[in-house]
Design a protein around this ligand. Structure first.
Ligand code: TYC
Length: 99
């Protein structure tokens, strides 16, 4: 209240930015390298060079980040990649992790 007893407007509540999630590809021994490069281009908007770099990182280190997104978009990417790999009978796995 101010000096006249009038209720003052409350400061607006600060909203936290939504948490972001890393979408990661996991290495396996069977999925062709070219297929992984196509996935990175098609679902993560990478050019051929970026896609190749990420694919090789996953191949040598076991996993790698494809992109960082809000939760619902990350979950959709994971589903799309797993479904695309399944359609082509590759065991490629894709997961999300909170950043
Ligand atoms: N290791 C696979 C091969 O040698 C290639 C590969 C890379 C598979 C990345 C999955 O997420 C992956 N053909």
């Amino acid at each position: 209240k101010n000096d006249d007893g009038v209720e003052l407007a409350k400061a607006p509540t600060r909203l936290k930015p939504p948490p972001l999630y890393k979408v990661m590809l996991l290495n396996d021994d069977f999925t062709p390298m070219d297929f992984v490069v196509i996935v990175l281009q098609q679902f993560f908007s990478k050019d051929r060079e970026q896609a190749t770099r990420i694919m090789l990182k996953v191949h040598t280190e076991g996993k790698g980040v494809c992109g960082v997104y809000p939760k619902d978009i990350a979950a959709t990417k994971v589903d799309q990649v797993i479904e695309f790999a399944r359609q082509h009978q590759h065991p490629l796995q894709c997961v999300m992790e909170e950043n």
